[in-house]
Design a protein around this ligand. Structure first.
Ligand code: NAD
Length: 564
């Protein structure tokens, strides 16, 4: 199993290891293994390309015109080493209101800008992302902890959605509907929202999730405020700097894309409650999403929810096991198990169970754990020390419920600089089907394996949990494919065949059902959520017939019409 085989499915353009000088310097500096300030400056030299200082705190609020922040200073940590990469001065609720005021001032002008011109702005943003892709990818990798190929791939995803949005800006089509009344014309029009859009995002996709939202929302004619995860605030500052540069150079009002870094408790909460934020697009845990949903519903706003997943994959007896094992490895180990679509529950038919478990074990043994910025690494750290604790308690709980650890199960001790990192061993645990740990999304690289006797049993187990994000079936039987994708099949938002649970393309609508929140983002018709749909009926006749043939106040001959 090669590294390229494991990572390229996500980076749809092959990831070329032709990194910029900045990245070469990072890689070289790892071999120096010195902890002096100078070598740390060298390791993070790519920050300079992004306009981020390692020593001076970054202001975490941008209203388009100025950068400020009057909240606490937050140290941004590399989870692989524990080093402080930089500092971001958070915003407060007062800072938040200032950013919203700036957005409101430009809202109408942006909404009246023709959609293809809005698309041209997004095209330029995508172009600038291309120019900064390697440095941005390195920052995503350093601050979030995913391996460099995935960090760069995440920026590629942002570029792709910009391209998609540009095309969409010339085709925000409503439909023309036949009217039952003579001389009448019915159509749907999509207009920008009346209010602003608030985007609250999670730590694990600090770049792509924002762009899934902002690229589409911008071409739809909305002004946007982003509240990123606390622990990935440097990525947010870097991305908004890129956008601001493009907007200012192009003479567009930069308040169409504002940023408020801050805590969920203060800034997130005030955003969710703010009546002026018509659409809250929230990506994060089901626990926080439940609260967000209730608050937004209470004020009759729109909530777009992308919450926790607990993704299952079935390997049926007629599966191509080569493909299935590779997909298992990428799904469960990629991003150290910290994708919302990560593979958590593997259901294997008893006829191939021993072979699959053996091959998965051998594939796991080839996984190199280490610094995500180093090329050979396949599994980086988990994001926080709390996630390491969660890993230990989850493994203990699984054992208590009859689980047998097949691979991993322990904390991984790094050497040198990595001593300060949050590393755990990617872990496979064989579980009895009845175990309650199977019901929970633990956001760590632990995959449970369960033996099944039939496809039907696998589908039942796949659907038994409260979450409904991603699912996959490996089979060579056409009838199983149609059973799996049909009404009696998977109940998830993402239903794959012969590919794993993670690594979605931007062209499809992304999201999940049940406690994953029912939201859909990115491609297909997800754009409609960022717009206000009007059903318009235009009477171009001299009569006023009522729908359903109702006669109101007349004798049916046109005499005695009520409005005469
Ligand atoms: P989290 O819920 O802890 O935080 C998400 C965001 O919510 C952060 O920006 C946080 O500051 C903010 N927040 C916290 N309290 C808030 C409040 N009261 N009001 C408003 N905002 C508040 O999630 P996390 O740990 O950052 O991310 C991991 C979770 O996100 C996992 O469950 C994962 O499955 C999920 N996720 C889902 C998707 C998807 O598309 N379905 C994508 C990525 C991540």
């Amino acid at each position: 199993m090669s590294i390229a085989a494991a990572v390229t499915p996500h980076c749809r353009r092959p990831f070329l290891f032709t990194a910029t000088r900045a990245i070469t310097r990072i890689t070289n500096s790892r071999t120096m293994s010195s902890s002096t300030t100078t070598s740390q400056m060298e390791r993070y030299a790519f920050l300079a390309e992004l306009g981020i200082s390692q020593t001076i705190p970054q202001k975490g609020v941008c209203d388009g015109h100025t950068w400020y922040g009057s909240g606490p200073q937050h140290q941004q940590i590399n989870p692989a080493t524990g080093e402080v990469i930089g500092t971001v001065q958070f915003g407060t609720s007062k800072d938040y209101h200032k950013a919203v005021s700036a957005m409101l001032a430009i809202k109408d002008k942006w909404a009246l800008t023709p959609a293809p011109i809005r698309g041209e702005v997004v095209r330029q943003i995508g172009q600038r992302l291309r120019e900064k892709q390697q440095a941005l990818g390195a920052l995503v990798s350093a601050e979030m902890g995913k391996i460099l190929a995935e960090g760069v791939g995440e920026v590629q995803e942002a570029i792709d959605i910009c391209d998609f949005a540009v095309g969409l800006s010339r085709s925000l089509n409503g439909s023309v509907i036949p009217s039952e009344r003579p001389g009448h014309f019915m159509m749907e029009r999509y207009n920008p929202l009346h209010g602003c859009v608030g985007i609250v995002s999670a730590f694990n996709f600090p770049c792509a999730v924002y762009f899934w939202n902002v690229a589409i929302s911008l071409i739809c004619g909305n002004v946007n405020l982003w509240k990123p995860a606390e622990t990935t605030s440097l990525v947010a500052v870097a991305l908004v700097k890129v956008i601001q540069d493009v907007l200012k150079e192009g003479g567009h009002d930069p308040a169409i894309a504002t940023l408020v870094c801050g805590t969920g408790k203060e800034v997130g909460e005030v955003l969710v409650q703010d009546q002026r934020i018509e659409l809250v697009s929230f990506t994060g845990s089901t626990a926080v999403g439940r609260h967000v949903n209730q608050v937004v519903a209470g004020r009759f706003g729109k909530a777009l929810l992308e919450l926790g997943g607990n993704n299952g994959m079935i390997i049926d007896k007629d599966a191509d096991l080569d493909l299935a094992v590779r997909a298992t490895l990428f799904g469960a180990v990629g991003t150290a198990g910290q994708r919302c679509t990560s593979l958590r529950r593997l259901f294997v038919h008893e006829a191939v169970y021993e072979e699959v478990v053996g091959r998965v074990g051998r594939a796991y043994a080839s996984v190199k754990i280490g610094d995500p910025l180093d090329r050979g690494t396949l599994c980086g750290p988990v994001h926080t020390a709390a996630a390491v604790e969660k890993f230990l308690s989850t493994v203990a709980e699984a054992k208590k419920e009859g689980g047998r650890v097949l691979v991993g199960g322990k904390v991984w001790e790094g050497k040198g600089l990595l001593k300060g990192g949050n590393f755990v061993e990617p872990t496979v645990i064989e579980m009895p089907a009845s175990a309650s740990v199977l019901e929970e999304e633990a956001f760590i690289p632990v995959m449970y394996v369960v033996k099944i006797a039939s496809l039907e049993e696998g589908i039942r187990m796949n659907n038994e949990v409260k979450q409904g994000l991603s699912s996959a079936l490996f089979t060579s039987s056409p009838s199983s494919v149609f059973e799996w994708t049909g009404p009696g099949g998977s109940d998830c938002g993402i239903v794959n065949v012969n590919i794993g649970t993670s690594g979605a393309e931007i062209g499809g609508a992304f999201g999940g059902n049940k406690e994953t929140g029912w939201g859909r983002e990115s491609g297909s018709d997800a754009w409609k959520q960022y717009m206000r749909r009007s059903t318009c009926t235009i009477n171009h006749s001299k009569e006023l017939p009522l729908a359903q043939g109702i006669e109101f106040g007349g004798n049916g001959t046109g005499e005695g019409k009520i409005m005469d």
